[in-house]
Design a protein around this ligand. Structure first.
Ligand SMILES: Cc1cc2nc3c(=O)[nH]c(=O)nc-3n(C[C@H](O)[C@H](O)[C@H](O)COP(=O)(O)OP(=O)(O)OC[C@H]3O[C@@H](n4cnc5c(N)ncnc54)[C@H](O)[C@@H]3O)c2cc1C
Length: 379
């Protein structure tokens, strides 16, 4: 045996899983086709939003509460500042489904929040232009994460505790059987007890039964200069998600004192082959987000000063798939399909998969992420 557990794909989830597995004393071997902290797929672009009042569903709140504690633990262990809680604004028409979900979350879990309307909202956060019947919900347990540093911190911590990572090593094939899993890289064969698949947008290639359920989607991040950048410092300008018709403008305050991130994350384009991701930004994409910024955050200059392209794996219901695969092997666990909102929960997913691999069960409620929901739909 080369290791008890192999983690294939040491990106966001893979690095956190390795950190948690190493903490439990499991011998763990990671395979990563690029470098650690690479920006080829889902982790890159300087910041990721952390939110607790969750528009994607109240079932995530307990996971997010624990994620927050684990982010702090990783900070303490590494001395790196990863999470800044400067608050988060969810903005939109009161009847918008996402806004309704956030209200439902804060009520159900009694989350620390404020609801702002009209003049009060405009005076508190004059950077945002509101429309009649727009409301703002301030989630006090929200803010931003530093994705590249988070991944390198978790992977580094795992290595310090004895884990090994094979960098620039692509796994070509896995062959599970009842006793373990054989891994082929093209150059060598490895034998391990169990495999965790955290290959993000590439996951479909390893999972014939779920292949059609994972779609890689392309997301363009854009940054804007401000007329007065001091108005967009983190203490004055919380992270935000703005729902407006078929647009979702999400963003973060300036991190380097020069630019504000504001991007359209509503309907990311499909990517046929993750290997062929088009990293060029089209003029229409720039123009479209610029027009939204001009309308909604008028004190930013509407021409992006920076743009870059990433991708994530999406599932049909936008909930990820975390679990052992029925009919495949009890030795292969998958954690993929985080559908554009997985970064904030990465450390708790690392803990959940560790519990599943080591104890055979998890203390967290993850029924909504069960792979079984897709298996019966497979044609
Ligand atoms: C632009 C953008 C903005 C986002 N904003 C937010 C946000 O604000 N808040 C939030 O919570 N979430 C956000 N998300 C979502 C979040 O970033 C992702 O859900 C999360 O990073 C997915 O992690 P992952 O581990 O599944 O994939 P990745 O981090 O992409 O990791 C997959 C890894 O697997 C490796 N790999 C693939 N195939 C192989 C192979 N065969 N052999 C070896 N290695 C392999 C890849 O190189 C990669 O390193 C955003 C995503 C994007 C793209």
């Amino acid at each position: 045996m080369d290791a008890d557990v192999a983690v294939i794909g040491v990106g966001t989830m893979g690095s956190m899983a390795m950190w948690q597995l190493a903490k439990r004393g499991v011998s763990v071997l990671g395979f990563e086709k690029y470098g650690i902290g690479n920006d080829r797929s889902a982790a890159g672009g300087e910041s990721r939003l952390f939110r607790t009042a969750y528009m994607e569903g109240k079932e995530y709140v307990p996971l997010l509460r624990e994620a927050r504690l684990l982010w702090r633990q990783l900070e303490e262990e590494t001395n790196n500042r990863l999470l800044t809680l400067n608050g988060g604004l969810m903005i939109g028409h009161e009847s918008d489904q996402a806004i309704q979900n956030v209200i439902h979350c804060v009520d159900t879990f009694n989350l620390d929040h404020e609801i702002l309307r009209g003049k009060e909202a405009e005076e508190r956060y004059p950077q945002h232009r509101l429309f009649p019947e727009d409301i703002m919900i301030l989630d006090k347990n929200a803010g931003f994460l530093r994705p590249e540093l988070a991944v390198t911190s978790a992977a580094g911590q795992a290595e310090d505790m004895g884990a090994s990572i094979l960098r620039y090593t692509e796994v070509k094939e896995i062959q599970p059987d009842s006793l373990g899993v054989t891994i082929h890289t093209g150059e060598r064969t490895y034998r391990v007890g169990k495999v965790l698949l955290t290959t993000g947008p590439w996951s479909g290639a390893f999972l014939p039964k779920l292949n059609k359920q994972f779609k890689a989607r392309r997301l363009v991040l854009t940054w804007f200069a401000a007329k007065d950048i001091t108005q967009f410092y983190p203490e004055k300008f919380p992270v935000f998600a703005r729902m407006r018709n078929d647009f979702r403008l999400t963003g973060a305050p300036t991190l380097d004192g020069t630019m504000v991130k504001a991007s359209n994350t509503k309907t990311p384009e499909l990517v046929k082959d993750p290997e062929q991701l088009n990293r060029n930004v089209k003029v229409e994409e720039i123009r479209e987000v610029g027009e939204a910024v001009k309308e909604l955050i008028p004190d930013l200059n509407p021409d992006p000063v920076r743009a870059s392209v990433y991708m994530d794996a999406y599932t049909p219901d936008d909930h990820s798939v975390v679990g052992f695969l029925p009919n495949m092997s009890e030795n292969v666990l998958v954690a993929s399909g985080f559908s554009g909102h997985g970064f904030k929960m990465a450390p708790v997913i690392g803990k959940v998969v560790t519990e599943l691999l080591v104890d055979g069960k998890t203390s967290h409620s993850i029924d909504h992420l069960d792979p079984e929901r897709y298996i019966e739909n497979v044609t």
